[in-house]
Design a protein around this ligand. Structure first.
Ligand code: AHG
Ligand code: MN
Ligand code: MN
Ligand code: MN
Length: 333
């Protein structure tokens, strides 16, 4: 059978009545094109002078890497003229980006983390791009910030691109999770991982252990039990991985299972966690649930949280359902 490119996959989904509107298909194609450009920049690295610090900071209080800014610009440039969007929002921009007056508007909102795991870019370790698509409740009129503040369950599509040994685009629009590998010679994403599933059981966890002393009691208890191994309450050994790129951790979990955690902790007690609800928590929760896994903040489904700010943080427990259920249960005990 001939190869199924992203374009063909999307057109065939569009033909299946009602599953994918044409303007959403075009928007996803545009995002994929921007991610291809980001992939080429990331791969060129020092050859293109894209490594190192930008010398600026973002609204999150983080020092921006050059590649954070470049990836953000690629996504803005590719998406502003296509006519499918009312506005965009990004981890790297304090305020929403409105579509310039000369371009037609559409009724979708695009939110993104242009470069996830950007502390890894200078050391040649996997980074990614995460995106989330919402309907604009204001139609194709410019949205106010409140129009972005929809629960994750309202997302019409979400995905990420992983820039690793291979560049892959992983996508859902509520119809399962599908992975495409970039064929660099052909210049197209090819369906290589149809219908990805997260195994319910796992022996692998991911958490930044250096924050252990700052964790809350339910997280301490859960990790202590995993670390106790065969002679502990879980009666078996667990392995640990921490890449410090959420995209890489989620991709590993989609491939072979696992649980990823970034809990709230006592370093910044006023914040519910480090990761961003709109650019990281919601899109990854949508993908993981569509692949049969679970995603909570310890208290509730991430997709059920009512956002109150564009750059709001969230605690994240996601992945194989058996483990997410246990650690979520400990928060409710
Ligand atoms: P970003 O690079 O977009 O700011 O996100 C980094 C996030 C996430 O990808 C990763 O899981 C986590 O931060 C790593 O945090 P630590 O450096 O605290 O481990
Ligand atoms: Mn960042
Ligand atoms: Mn990120
Ligand atoms: Mn980022």
């Amino acid at each position: 059978m001939s190869r199924i490119t992203l374009s063909r996959f999307l057109i065939e989904q569009q033909r299946k009545a009602g599953t994918l509107p044409p303007d959403l298909r075009l928007l996803i194609e545009t995002i994929a094109r921007a991610c291809k450009a980001i992939s080429f920049s990331v791969n060129k690295g020092a050859l293109a002078g894209v490594l190192g610090e930008a010398g600026t900071g973002n609204i999150q209080g983080e020092a921006q890497k050059k590649m954070d800014v470049i990836a953000n610009d690629y996504l803005l440039d590719a998406n502003e003229w296509g006519g499918n969007l009312a506005a965009m929002a990004s981890e790297e921009m304090e305020l929403p980006y409105h579509i310039p007056g000369e371009y037609p508007k559409g009724d979708y909102l695009l939110l993104f983390d242009p470069l996830d795991g950007s502390s890894n870019i200078d050391v040649n370790i996997t980074v990614g791009t995460i995106f989330s698509i919402l309907h604009n409740p204001n139609g194709n009129l410019a949205p106010r910030e409140t129009h972005f503040l929809q629960k994750g369950s309202a997302q019409v599509a979400a995905g990420y691109t992983i820039y690793g040994p291979q560049t892959m685009l992983v996508l859902t629009f509520g119809n399962g999770v599908h992975g495409f590998t970039l064929d660099r010679e052909q210049g197209s994403f090819v369906l290589t991982h149809p219908d990805m599933h997260v195994p319910a059981a796992t022996g692998e966890f991911a958490i930044n252990m250096s924050n252990q002393r700052h964790w809350e009691a339910p997280v301490k208890r859960y990790i202590d039990e995993l670390l106790a191994g065969k002679t502990g309450p879980r009666g078996r050994d667990f392995n640990m991985r921490w890449v410090a790129s959420m995209v890489a951790e989620v991709h590993r979990i989609l491939t072979r299972g696992g649980i990823f955690m970034y809990p709230r902790d006592a370093r910044e007690p006023e914040k519910p966690g480090k990761l961003r609800l709109m650019y990281e928590g919601n899109p990854m929760a949508f993908i993981i649930e569509q692949a049969g896994g679970l995603a909570t903040n310890g208290q509730q489904r991430i997709l059920d949280i009512q956002p109150t700010g564009l750059h709001e943080r969230v605690a994240v427990f996601l992945g194989s359902s058996e483990e997410v259920e246990i650690v979520t249960g400990y928060h409710q005990a």
